[in-house]
Ligand binder design. Sequence first.
Ligand SMILES: [Zn+2]
Ligand SMILES: [Zn+2]
Length: 335
Amino acid sequence: MTIVSQVKFQDIGVVVCEQVDVTLPALAADEVRIEPAFIGVCGSELHVLAGGHPFAKPPMVTGHEISAVVVEVGSGVTNARVGDHVVVDPIMACGKCRACLSGRFNLCEPPQVAGFRAPGLGRSSHVVPARNLHLAPKGLAMEILAFAEPVACAHHCVSRMPVDAREDVLVIGAGTIGLSIVQALRIMGAQKITVVEPEARKRELALQMGAHRVVAPGELAAEERFTGVIDVVAAQATLTEACTKVMAGGTVICMGVPSGPREIPLPSMQRFERDLLSSGMYVPSDFDVAIAWLADGSFDTSKLITDVFPIEQAADAYARAKQPESIKVLIKFKN
Ligand SMILES: [Zn+2]
Ligand SMILES: [Zn+2]
């Protein structure tokens, strides 16, 4: 028997660091055993914790943003060795459907994402398919590596936007993902980045991440238009603004998670070929780019990782993540 520590949503609003005595499962040929170094706290998890998520409900082990060490590999594993530093793609796709066969594992239905429908990664020992691993250089700090998942989200989002629409981009919302998108836009060659954000402190951060200009909601001039708009909020007001502020022939990306149906101004969209696209999670190559950006320092996490809590204080980590002064809160495991 082995003692495993896990971060568990015990009930709605209740986070515990739990010790469980388990017999570690044997590995299948294509599986690896990992031990996390850090997990990141995500806004989507706060939604689960509050009881507001459509299918993930407490009690459950949480965690989908992770840096980890490989401690054992199955007999058929060729892409990882014991001691490797890794990120785990939390999308546990079927591998057989049309989406999976085309490499778009993020579109596999129903989505089996660790920490939602699939078991969370926030346990001191966990078994995952080797296919979900992305290797990182050992020189990259594990704390920074834990930020690879939001970076992958941001890279995927910007990749969805046609290159010519990236010329003069408006980003609506500067939380963890909005700020990561600003950095991705800068790295991927956007010439001008404008950010709309209500909180002054986050506007300041957006400038430090590479935005050329920041404004509060309602401050854009009525006639201003952008080649591309990324709506990281997906409320009715922000989606309306996105569709109104994009120029003819431009592209709107819906990146936020809408809480319900939304109206769009279809007449002006249709007549002037304003396209509305969406971005949902990421594909494996997004993780490889994310790790490369973190490793070569082009993506800077120093102002985005605001707090680190030991696993024993997991409840404090989630309480902190609810406060507006925090950006990314990490939970540190023992190893
Ligand atoms: Zn997340
Ligand atoms: Zn599938």
